[in-house]
Write a protein that binds this ligand. Structure first.
Ligand SMILES: Nc1nc2c(ncn2[C@@H]2O[C@H](COP(=O)(O)OP(=O)(O)OP(=O)(O)O)[C@@H](O)[C@H]2O)c(=O)[nH]1
Ligand SMILES: [Mg+2]
Length: 438
């Protein structure tokens, strides 16, 4: 019935916040992922600075419409809370507003569902303006149907769009309506603010597309090692090697997409994006709010799915990634799979490769080389190398080629510049008039 959770409790990183003692509650609906979901829930709780002291599970076909658990289990939950000296229950499923209310009454404890927990973690991790706005919108949307007359509503001023704090204690229906309208208004303000920033992102993407540089995106479950791989490649091939991204042993270390240019020695370049990590049952509101951030993955020419191969649950994590990619509309982008953290698996040889599947370790040089080789095979396979002759009076064409393409050799004859360049098919068509020996 109860179980001490170890999991990733070492991921607690915000020491100054008081720790809450919580009990996990889950409904086992004969779903094959259930055990894994409960482990994941324990990790999420730990990441939110909570100490898991027990776990209550009920086998039920579907949740009780008014109390989530059946009546007897609610009593058991209340007893367990006293026994373990806990004052909060975290449920594995998202609850309806009335389920939360009834369960709170039935157990005399605070109830937090999985969605609110994930939103809380995202809120504590969000650093950039865009991430803060996205999380704030998702949180307000979650609160909207859950408003209660007895509720304190905090609207975070840092997220912009005005706001402020106000309270409505027992003021009845009218006050509720005012609160609801206020939150709706707040959501529109934040969405407008976000839309402005997103226009800029869109512009940047369009600009990059014009430069006809290929885009590669790292995707995968949270804590798999995406940011570490990004940093490894940046240190070796980055345009600005010091522009590393944040990596850490915690859930959701990365909340915003970072795009960096990778410059290979043969002058073939590509853009690499590091994206927000996934978790099962990622709240829909959050997915919607992060859609713009995740558009980077949808726009990519190649996805690199990063997997923590040392985690016994890696297969469930991969299934979660596939499901989330589908939900954000990333359907037909080619993908390679990187089984990472091979160094943590005894006697596992690495780097190793079978077709589009790699086994490697993020910080190992030979692994990084292999990964770059496989990426290159995919994104540059349709590139062509041509020798062009550009007359001297068309100097701007030479400038353009120098800026946008990999120029391998440069020479001159009496009438112009001779360049050996590697071009995308679109560029090749555009510059074909200069092709020599045609
Ligand atoms: N031993 C080992 N540790 C690794 C490897 N790759 C990453 N790590 C560690 O795993 C933890 C998570 O790495 P991150 O790169 O932050 O993971 P992420 O996928 O970006 O995670 P999110 O941003 O939360 O989605 C860090 O403590 C890394 O040092 C690896 O190949 N071997
Ligand atoms: Mg990361």
């Amino acid at each position: 019935m109860t179980q001490q959770q170890n999991g990733k409790n070492n991921m607690i990183e915000n020491e100054q916040q008081p720790t809450r003692q919580v009990i996990l509650a889950g409904l086992d609906q004969q779903n094959e992922n259930f055990d894994y979901e409960m482990t994941e829930l324990a990790n999420l709780a730990a990441a939110n600075n909570m100490t898991v002291v027990g776990q209550i599970v009920q086998k039920l076909e579907k949740p009780n419409a008014s109390t989530y658990f059946g009546k007897g289990k609610v009593t058991e939950l209340k007893e367990a809370l006293t026994y373990y000296d806990a004052d909060m229950v975290v449920t594995n499923d998202e609850l309806s507003p009335s389920q939360i209310r009834n369960l709170e009454t039935g157990t005399s404890a605070d109830i937090m569902d999985r969605t609110a927990l994930i939103l809380d973690i995202f809120a504590s991790r969000a650093k950039t303006k865009v991430a803060k706005l996205q999380v704030a919108i998702a949180q307000l949307k979650y609160q909207l149907p859950r408003l209660r007359t007895s509720m304190n509503i905090r609207l975070d001023q840092q997220t912009g769009g005005g706001g402020g704090s106000f309270t409505s204690r027992g003021a009845g229906e009218t006050k509720m309506e005012t609160n609801r309208r206020h939150i709706q208004h707040q959501i529109s303000l934040l969405q407008a603010e976000l839309a402005n920033i997103e226009v800029d992102d869109e512009t940047r993407r369009a600009h990059r597309a014009k430069q006809s540089i290929r885009n590669v995106a790292l995707v995968g479950y949270t804590n798999a090692g995406k940011s570490t791989i990004m940093n490894g490649l940046l240190e070796r091939f980055g345009e600005k090697p010091d522009k590393t991204v944040f990596q850490a042993d915690m859930l959701f270390a990365t909340l915003e997409t970072s795009v960096r240019k990778i410059q290979l020695p043969d002058k073939q370049n590509f853009l690499l994006s590091d994206t927000v990590g996934f978790v099962s049952k990622l709240p829909h509101g959050l997915v919607a709010a992060f859609r713009a951030t995740l558009a980077e993955a949808a726009d990519a020419d190649l996805l690199v799915q990063v997997v923590d191969y040392s985690d016994p649950h890696y297969q469930e994590m991969m299934a979660t990634t596939t499901a989330t990619l589908k939900e954000i509309g990333v359907g037909d982008v080619p993908m390679i799979t990187v089984y990472n953290k091979a160094d943590k698996i005894p006697e596992q040889a690495y780097p190793d490769r079978a077709a589009d599947t790699l086994i490697l370790s993020a910080t190992d040089g030979a692994s990084q080389d292999l990964l770059v080789d496989v990426i290159k095979e995919h994104i540059f396979s349709d590139y062509v190398t041509l020798t062009l002759h550009v007359p001297f009076d068309e100097g701007q064409v030479v400038n353009e080629l120098n800026e946008q393409a990999a120029v391998h050799e440069l020479d001159y004859d009496e009438t112009g510049t001779i360049l050996t360049v590697t071009l995308t098919p679109i560029q090749a068509a555009r510059f074909s008039q200069y092709e020599m020996n045609k």
